[in-house]
Design a protein around this ligand. Structure first.
Ligand SMILES: C[S@@+](CC[C@H](N)C(=O)[O-])C[C@H]1O[C@@H](n2cnc3c(N)ncnc32)[C@H](O)[C@@H]1O
Length: 264
């Protein structure tokens, strides 16, 4: 009897996707601690967005706790928001000025609002929380539909880096484990798996301490700047400007993120 030969096609080299729902990944615990460590470039981001918004109004997709939306509104621009996680909205509402913003609880890829905006923006990699290319394309088209004729769309994303220091496992899936905080009371680590085919990352921040293990799972889909430019073109928009950061840093081969401005 010949032995059975088991052939594995590329399709079977599988990346098993973690179930991902932003409502649970950005649930009450994450929302409560979300603003504990600001990134430090908030003032520069708000100044740049205020300049682009002009007389406004502005719409933030995935507004979160209002880290950017609230100071932008405080600068005099009317800011509306869209956010999927009720816990993040609740946190926004509890902050000074949070009650004054009109925030719609919904999916930024499909939400339909009655107004048109001089500025629509989606920052801090939030577009990447849509984990398929189709959903990202849909979101860019939806953002474009909400622009005034002279309006601009601003996207801030990391630049995917194929050299992440990942190692490929036997299933052809890249993965990493990174040490975070190491202290006498516990440690934090981040683990992740990256599928080059779908550009999807499943990751989890893990904290080990006296109270046990805390897990913060998150899924993302990397989107290349050039791929985003094509999504914008499908939506009838063209790249107007691209910087390596909010202060107008040049975008070059060493840039780890980009701030891109699209318009008609
Ligand atoms: C990294 S946080 C960024 C929040 C805020 N933009 C900031 O800069 O601090 C990503 C946010 O996107 C929200 N989100 C994820 N998927 C979404 C979707 N499909 N529609 C609306 N919001 C979404 C999450 O709930 C979370 O609040």
């Amino acid at each position: 009897m010949p032995r059975a030969v088991i052939l594995r096609s590329n399709a079977e080299v599988a990346f098993s996707e973690m179930p991902f729902d932003p409502r649970s990944s950005f649930g009450p615990r994450v929302a409560a601690g979300y603003d504990d460590e600001p990134r430090g470039d908030e003032a520069a981001a708000v100044a740049r967005l205020a300049e682009l918004a002009g007389d406004g109004p502005a719409l933030e997709l995935a507004i979160g706790t209002g880290r950017i939306g609230l100071p932008l509104a405080a600068s005099g621009v009317r800011v509306d928001g869209v956010e999927l996680s009720a816990a993040m909205i609740e946190r926004l509402r509890a902050k000074p000025g949070g009650d004054a913003l009109s925030v719609t609880c919904g999916d930024m890829a499909t939400v339909v609002l009655p107004d048109r905006y001089r500025l629509v923006y989606v920052v801090f990699n939030s577009l990447m929380n849509l984990v398929t290319q189709d959903a990202q394309v849909e979101c860019v088209a939806n953002a474009a539909r909400h622009l005034t004729a002279d309006g601009v769309l601003v996207v801030e994303n990391v630049v995917p880096d194929p050299m992440y220091g990942l190692r490929q496992d036997r299933d052809g899936v890249d993965q990493y484990v990174d040490a975070g905080r190491i202290g006498p009371d516990g440690v934090t680590i981040e683990v992740g798996r990256y599928d080059r085919v779908s550009q999807r990352v499943d990751k989890c921040h893990l904290g080990f301490g006296a109270s046990g293990v805390e897990a913060e799972p998150l899924a993302l889909r990397y989107v290349w700047p050039s791929e985003l430019d094509l999504m914008a073109r499908l939506a009838g928009l063209r790249l107007h400007a691209r910087w390596g950061g909010w202060s107008g840093e040049p975008f070059d081969a060493r840039s780890t993120r980009h701030v891109s401005v699209y318009g008609g």
